[in-house]
Design a protein around this ligand. Sequence first.
Ligand SMILES: *Cc1c(COP(=O)(O)O)cnc(C)c1O
Length: 415
Amino acid sequence: MGGVLHCESVPLPEIARRFGTPCYVYSAAALDEAWREFRAALAGRDALVCYAVKANSNLAILARFARLGAGFDIVSGGELARVQASGGDCSRVVFSGVGKSEGELRQALETGILCFNVESAAELSRIERVAEAARRPAPIALRVNPDVDPLTHPYISTGLRTNKFGVPIEEAAELYLHASRSPHLRVIGIACHIGSQLLDPAPMLEASGKVLDFVLRLERDGIRLEHIDLGGGLGIRYREETPPPIAEFLAPVAALFAQRPERLLFEPGRRLVGNAGVLLTRVEYLKPGAKRSFAVVDAAMNDLVRPALYDAWHDIAAVAPRPGPAAVYDIVGPVCESGDFLGTARTLALAEGDLLAVMSAGAYGMSMSSNYNTRPRPAEVLVEGGAVRLVRRRETLADLLGPEQAPDETGISEP
Ligand SMILES: *Cc1c(COP(=O)(O)O)cnc(C)c1O
């Protein structure tokens, strides 16, 4: 097809022409395929896959997973509102996060979510108070911290004793006892999430073993659970990683719990959306140099912060590769920070105006974007076969300036 990159059957240059750049482009087929792989790995087992909304919270993506029967893992009242707006089933929502506000707890309780994944003793007492006031018992699981090294980047590991997440497993027993005696709490589960971009199934299995031991102990104390939530974190390929198939993570875990009646929950984010999206960007300027050459593109760290934040690698491909000599470029954005790069030392043949695709940008791309440098955020489109749907229009300057007000000349506002 003329050597031009496509998303499904749509040439990327056509998307750039219609919607401009920078632009996030998602493939519906890739989303569906990742979902099917999860379901297939759990076939025959009572299990609920709760998509981690923070990975990509676009309403069209949530609606797609909702239609496929997904639950959702949320970390804020805002994400709960998104699940509702997308037609998601709130009775399949688990609420994670270390800092749930009283308002968020009330909102989620009234909405009738499946479960609060409680991250501390202090949060447990707050939930108890909110539930008492609302006269509605709150369904809870404790998120335990199994102290397992996920063997991933330190910024995205969450299950070590040194992380802020979860309750140490040895403190959890007492909290479970307390919760089980409270008329305002319904103890229904246990949760655990050890980190992100896992490439080895062993740590997840090791954590699951610790969770199983603990579930048996709770049972001896007379506490029975309805579900066991083993979190997300399954890794994807960004560069040369070879992430095992989803079944290699989930099948051993399911086997471990084969004799248990509890429903199994998982909370994948990245694995469902990461490889389903690219960030489409255009070369604004080439800036050759003696030491280093730069390709300045129209996407920046505000649009995709992972390289700047985690030193993450994304492949960057020319949308219409051109013949001629390649050079080594740092691919940088217009933002005034030295950390504003999408990739360093990439060998490409480029000219001004060329389109580039930043690959594997479907997870933690748009959802982590900002307006830094007063840059309107990109458009998002969802491709299905030959059809392209705009699922978030490009922001305008009016969107950015709207909420603000400059004081009048005296700086004193009228009462
Ligand atoms: C972020 C997060 C997830 C999803 O992580 P992925 O690496 O995107 O799969 C799941 N559960 C919790 C509690 C999280 O914080």
